[in-house]
Design a protein around this ligand. Structure first.
Ligand code: ACO
Length: 431
């Protein structure tokens, strides 16, 4: 980060000069890291909309100009030319892999795809209808117990084993997810096959039967690769900041990623992809063409799920890519999903409506991803888990930045608005 000038703050009778810094793309920040020490005040930024919590070299977003780049590469080019494994390598290691690096990384994923056999007992102890996100966070955290050499909670040591830990996490979440699905349905567990590629292997573990292997159509494999790579990173969102926050305490990769899964679960974040389909199903069941729902959203009674974004005040570039691919996938598979028609109608209406235009609300990545996942056969309650699988490379890369940069522990402050000091009241005198 370059220091370009100073900002002057007049406060409490003092004049404080604050460094102004710029990033690669000219984004500007007033550095307040020594403000409290020098002026005795802090900044207040509810929801962190104006707070840069770190410097990072992974992902660049310009929400006003619909720009998303991983390590400098535009998402449109990555979506057109790459696949999930290559994108994961790029996000984690900073460069596109050459042929030898790609083979080494793929082999590492393959070697680490199975989970410890005793983890099966963990699945068995959960209720059959447990939400897959609860299971995923628990199982990812449990990896620290089964692979303790990768999770010492000593960053210097954990970084030495980083390649194995990263590949284990990215590979095993796929196995954990498929296993959770099979066990929730009382189906036999299907183990990963060495010869299959990442997405094909996942679909094999989900949908093969011991007597009937799942044949993955290339178009389905490509669609899943696209969904996952579009989710691979998105700078300091709620879950990634959570991963960095946990990592900053010195915690291992598995613990930090498990916390990321929990943060992702909520409907305002990763849970939105499930909420979009539930909304579209509700609209369909009520025979609404979407107009009544839009009216309720404008009246503040409902939220148009899959619309709006803290950063994008223009079209989410991922939504543009996925919206196009969604139609192509359904056409190719011959699927006629009425929810796609409703989604298209909602989008067209909202994009021409003053309420959404004034507030700069556009479709986000979750608006069409669920319709694609439905067509692939992934059940609704697993949609957010698919987001988590896709986001793993981003969490891994962010954990690595924290672990290798000797970052300070994250510790925001607050403005206390509770009672002023008062005397303790004995129980017999309490009202
Ligand atoms: N439908 C209707 N109105 C909306 C929506 C929406 N989806 N999103 C925002 N608004 C309105 C708000 O009511 C508010 O209106 P007001 O100014 O009249 O009070 C205004 O737009 C600003 O909204 P905020 O909530 O302040 O925006 P914020 O940046 O805090 O929230 C968020 C962003 C959470 C994504 C929000 O747009 C939302 O809830 N969207 C639906 C859920 C969703 O799709 N989440 C996925 C995000 S992408 C991701 O995490 C991968």
């Amino acid at each position: 980060m370059q220091e370009i000038e100073k900002a002057t703050l007049h406060i409490c009778g003092k004049k404080i000069e604050l460094p102004v810094r710029t990033g690669t793309e000219g984004e500007t920040a007033v550095d307040i890291s020594r403000l409290r020490e020098r002026a005795g005040v802090i900044t207040l930024d509810n929801g962190y909309g104006n707070t840069g919590s770190c410097e990072s070299t992974i992902t660049y977003i310009d929400g006003d100009r619909s720009i998303l780049r991983y390590r400098g590469y535009p998402i449109e080019q990555i979506a057109a030319h790459s696949d999930f494994v290559e994108t994961a390598y790029l996000v984690i290691y900073g460069e596109l892999p050459n042929a030898a690096q790609r083979v080494t990384f793929s082999n590492l994923l393959t070697e680490n795809s199975a989970i410890h056999e005793r983890m099966v007992y963990l699945f068995e102890s959960y209720p059959r209808d447990a939400h897959p996100m609860a299971l995923l966070s628990a199982m990812v955290n449990a990896l620290a117990c089964y692979y303790p050499h990768l999770a010492t909670n000593n960053h210097a040591r954990d970084i030495v084993n980083f390649d194995e830990a990263a590949a284990s996490l990215i590979s095993k979440v796929r196995t954990i997810t498929a296993m959770a699905y099979r066990m929730s349905r009382g189906l036999p567990i299907i183990y990963p096959r060495r010869k299959l590629r990442y997405c094909e292997n996942f679909l094999h573990m989900m949908f093969s039967e011991p007597y009937d292997p799942y044949e993955c159509e290339p178009v389905v494999g490509r669609a899943l690769n696209l969904i996952l790579l579009l989710h691979a990173d998105h700078e300091q969102n709620c879950s990634t900041s959570t991963v960095r926050m946990v990592a900053s305490s010195g915690a291992n990769l598995f613990a930090s990623a498990a916390a990321g899964v929990c943060a992702l679960w909520g409907p305002y974040h990763g849970g939105a992809n499930q909420a979009v389909i539930e909304m579209l199903q509700e609209i369909h069941a009520e025979g609404d063409d979407g107009s009544r729902f839009i009216a309720a959203a404008k009246a503040g009674k409902r939220r148009l799920m899959g619309f709006g974004h803290r950063i994008y005040k223009n079209y989410d570039p991922r939504a543009k890519i996925i919206g196009k691919s969604c139609g192509e996938l359904l056409d190719h598979l011959g699927v006629n999903d009425p929810l796609l028609d409703i989604a298209r109608k909602l989008e067209a209406t909202a994009l021409n409506d003053g309420y959404f235009i004034e507030r700069k609300l556009y479709p986000n990545v979750d608006f069409y991803s669920g319709i694609m996942m439905r067509a692939i056969g992934i059940p609704l309650n697993m949609f957010t888990v698919m987001f988590a699988i896709g986001r793993m490379p981003g969490w891994v890369a962010n954990w690595r930045e924290v672990a290798s940069n000797k970052s300070r522990i994250y510790r925001p402050r607050q403005i206390y608005t509770g009672h002023a000091i008062r005397d303790f009241i004995p129980e017999e005198n309490r009202g």
